[in-house]
Design a protein around this ligand. Structure first.
Ligand SMILES: Nc1ncnc2c1ncn2[C@@H]1O[C@H](COP(=O)(O)OP(=O)(O)OC[C@H]2O[C@@H]([n+]3cccc(C(=O)O)c3)[C@H](O)[C@@H]2O)[C@@H](O)[C@H]1O
Ligand SMILES: Nc1ncnc2c1ncn2[C@@H]1O[C@H](COP(=O)(O)OP(=O)(O)OP(=O)(O)O)[C@@H](O)[C@H]1O
Ligand SMILES: NC(=O)CC[C@H](N)C(=O)O
Length: 551
């Protein structure tokens, strides 16, 4: 019976549906740790996770099986055994599984029991639940392999421990969310304490549409000490060394990446979410409207950190309402970021639309119609640049605006992806300060000031008419964000929010705006999930909705 084991952890970034690319990545990782006994990959690594309905396609299931069999054949070399996440078909059912590859074949498999079906997850829609099972035997050691959600409640681990597991190796597809690091460590510690077993928590890294996986994999020994903490946001394959001491497997300590504070992790998530969306969808870069305001400035900074200055194009599109300060601030910000910057006036197009519509609008007063036309002309110009040169249009509406519909459909909402979609305005301010003081890890942008101070301090304005300020139409952002936090993130009742001291009329108005703008959010581009309740996968509301909280 062995008393030493070497377990490799492959914290990698798969591409959804790229079976040959993911297989190549897995082979390279395995080849990099020839002395390992076993190498662990993340949940559904061979296909990417979450596949949503794509996993129901038989052709994908077959290709995944073929790729895993190719990898299994590699294990004839006597090198590391492999634990690989894959969709698994058995007796007409489809499971979320991990296959053990050893001695040239798929030697065993374990099936996920607890299928998450809340928040961003819909696994019951596509997978059947596997039975409670015992451990697999790897090099004579009994390894329990709960899959992600399987460790979020005690049952699966309890069964594995009772049936003789000695170590828990847990592949995950656990998306980032502010504060989730602590939630995960608490859960892991609970399972370790209940089972008395050490636990390896291996998470995927990378962006997949609205989700971004942070990695931040962990090894926690049976005494609850953290032996390894892999860095967030980066790929890494490491070899961990284990020894059996007094009947308990102990992992020798290794790398301990420092944990990140709230703003840093939010910024890093935005960077990786955008980078992977743009690169995995093969765009040469992004283009955005640079207004001299804070939202486009922060979006541009994230884009430069994600892609590098040469892949970001910023366009100022002045109208008669654009102030001198806006022109100067937009240019100054672009210069600090080092991006391509140009100015395209919308005046002639505005005039042309005015002329074209004048017979139709005769006798009507100017209103938001004319404001929206300006915004739509800007959207049209950006889409034309996208069509002609290939960059994806980045939209810039933050979560406060998206909550109350303060954006123009087919205007400033027109584009492909939005890094601010899940960031409230007060956090936009804080993130600008954070970025001016820090360079994100792996960021391609310059160090030091990138967003001129005046952009952060001046009152936000859409500049769609004379002297317009956001606060003419909306409550001050401190109040708006606080009420939205109650309504969107916490689903609090009207009377509970009023009890916190907010004016009933303001709460009612915000609630009303939130409900009536659902149609806009349904047509909005995707954006990276940051908080516990993003618009899109987390919070799914009806558009047609007569309900109002009357209590
Ligand atoms: N339930 C529903 N389902 C489907 N479509 C629906 C709908 N309700 C209205 N609509 C359609 O939507 C139209 C109204 O939406 P839309 O055309 O967007 O226009 P609307 O929401 O009326 O105006 C845009 C607002 O956003 C503000 N804004 C614009 C641009 C930038 C910023 C900023 O600071 O970032 C702020 C602007 O000041 C104004 O208050 C209606 O005319 C109707 O066609
Ligand atoms: N003059 C402009 N030149 C280029 N783009 C513009 C201009 N005005 C608005 N936009 C684009 O439309 C988006 C919405 O801008 P708007 O100024 O109306 O509101 P905002 O939400 O305060 O954004 P920002 O803080 O970036 O100004 C901007 O982020 C920008 O991408
Ligand atoms: N893929 C999963 O099962 C993930 C679910 C789990 N609750 C998490 O967010 O980490």
């Amino acid at each position: 019976m062995t008393d030493k084991l070497r377990i490799a952890l492959a914290q990698l970034n798969p591409i959804m549906g790229d079976l040959s690319g993911n297989l190549a990545k897995a082979r390279a990782a395995r080849a990099s740790v020839p002395e390992a006994d076993v190498i662990l990959f993340a949940e559904m690594f061979i296909t990417g996770y979450p596949q949503e309905d794509l996993v129901l396609k038989r052709a994908l299931q077959d290709d995944a099986r073929e790729a895993v069999e190719t990898l299994a054949a590699d294990t004839k070399d006597g090198g590391p055994a492999v634990l690989m996440g894959m969709p698994w078909r058995e007796e007409g059912m489809l499971y979320n599984a991990v296959a053990l590859l050893e001695e040239g074949r798929i030697a065993a498999r374990t099936l996920k029991h607890d299928l998450p079906n809340y928040g961003v997850f819909d696994e019951k829609r596509v997978f059947s639940s596997g039975p409670l099972t015992g451990p697999l035997s790897v090099r004579g050691v009994r390894i329990g392999v709960p899959i992600c959600e399987d460790i979020w409640t005690p049952e699966v681990v309890e069964c594995m421990a009772e049936t003789g597991a000695e170590i828990l190796l847990v592949p995950n597809g656990s998306p980032y969310e502010v504060g989730k690091e602590d939630v995960r460590l608490n859960l892991i510690t609970e399972r370790v304490v209940e089972s008395g077993l050490p636990l390896v928590y291996l998470n995927q890294v990378g962006g997949q549409d609205e989700l971004v996986f942070d990695g931040a994999s962990l090894v926690v020994n049976a005494d609850k000490s953290v032996a390894w903490a892999l860095p967030a946001w980066r790929e890494e394959t490491v070899l961990t060394h284990w020894r059996k001491e007094n009947g308990i497997w102990v992992c020798a300590p290794g790398e301990k990446a420092p944990s990140e504070d709230r703003l840093q992790s939010m910024y890093q998530a935005m960077v990786l979410g955008l980078r992977d969306y743009v690169n995995k969808n093969r765009f040469p870069g992004v283009v955005l409207g640079m207004s001299g305001g804070i939202d486009s400035a922060l979006s541009a900074a994230v884009a430069v950190d994600a892609l590098g200055k040469d892949r970001v194009r910023c366009v100022m599109m002045p109208s008669r309402y654009t102030s001198r300060d806006s022109l100067d601030d937009a240019k100054a910000c672009a210069e600090l970021l080092g991006v391509a910057y140009e100015s395209i006036s919308i005046e002639k197009a505005v005039e042309a639309f005015g002329l074209t519509l004048s017979p139709v609008f005769a006798g009507k007063k100017a209103d938001t119609t004319e404001e929206n036309i300006q915004s739509r002309i800007r959207g049209l110009i950006l889409m034309a640049i996208s069509n002609k040169f290939g960059p994806m249009v980045l939209t810039t509406g933050n979560k406060s605006e998206m909550s109350v519909g303060y954006a123009t459909l087919y205007g400033d909402m027109c584009g492909g992806y939005n890094v601010l979609k899940d960031i409230y305005k007060m956090d936009v301010f804080a993130l600008c300060h954070w970025r001016n003081a820090h360079l994100p890890s792996g960021g391609f942008g310059p160090q030091g000031l990138v967003i001129p101070e005046r952009i952060i301090t001046k009152p936000p304005s859409a500049e769609l008419r004379e002297n317009q300020k956001d606060e003419d139409s909306l409550p001050p952002y401190e109040i708006l964000d606080a009420i939205l936090l109650c309504l969107v993130e916490k689903e609090m009742a009207f009377e509970e929010i009023v009890a916190l001291g907010y004016e009933p009329a303001t709460v009612k108005r915000v609630e009303h705006l939130l409900y009536i703008s659902e149609y806009k959010r349904r047509q909005a581009p995707p954006g990276v999930k940051i908080g516990p309740r993003n618009f899109g996968r987390d919070r799914r509301y009806p558009i047609t909705n007569a309900f109002r909280d009357a209590r």
